[in-house]
Design a protein around this ligand. Structure first.
Ligand SMILES: [Cu+2]
Length: 169
């Protein structure tokens, strides 16, 4: 007895729901404010994508002078980050992988980006990986990074070796 009354109640409810849905459809088709709404929601994802650039992964290799990292203009091999210049975008999430083939320690310091990464020593056969993830929060421009760990004195004083550019766009 109870089940039959319950099912009758559900049928009645379904009928009410259906009539509400029909009247809602009719009003939205004639309401100019509701017709214009979909185009506003479509533009939202485009705006947020422009504000947050796609994440970027950058791989840097550190090699020693005796590993022929990079030859200076004076003809001598020096310690170096390869590459020494990187490019990122403001608001971008960046994952930096640094592989150190040198037995000596180095660092990657870029105060303008809030970075001061210690890079542990590795070896030619087993480079040591250091990974850091950060989000760029700097105005577009050219910023400097440098190795703050005493290593190859000539390389520490020359861009393209133990210092270089971070370009933010
Ligand atoms: Cu260094």
């Amino acid at each position: 007895m109870r089940p039959s009354r319950l099912s009758f109640g559900l049928i009645g409810l379904a009928a009410i729901t259906a009539s509400v849905a029909i009247s809602a459809c009719g009003s939205s088709a004639t309401d100019p404010a509701l017709v214009g709404a979909p185009s506003q929601t479509q533009s939202t994802p485009v705006k947020s994508a422009a504000k947050a650039p796609a994440p970027k992964t950058i791989t840097l290799v550190v090699k020693a002078d005796e590993e022929n990292a990079r030859k200076g203009p004076e003809g001598t091999w020096h310690d170096a980050y390869l590459p020494a210049n990187i490019a990122v975008r403001n608001g971008q999430k960046v994952t930096l992988h640094i592989y150190n083939y040198d037995e000596g320690e180095h660092s990657f310091a870029a105060p303008a980006l809030g970075l001061n990464v210690s890079v542990a020593g590795g070896s030619e056969k087993a480079p040591k990986e250091t990974t850091v993830t950060f989000t760029v929060s700097s105005q577009p421009g050219h910023y400097m990074w440098y190795c703050a760990d005493p290593c190859d004195p000539w390389a520490m004083a020359h861009k393209g070796f133990m210092e270089g550019d971070v370009t933010v766009s």
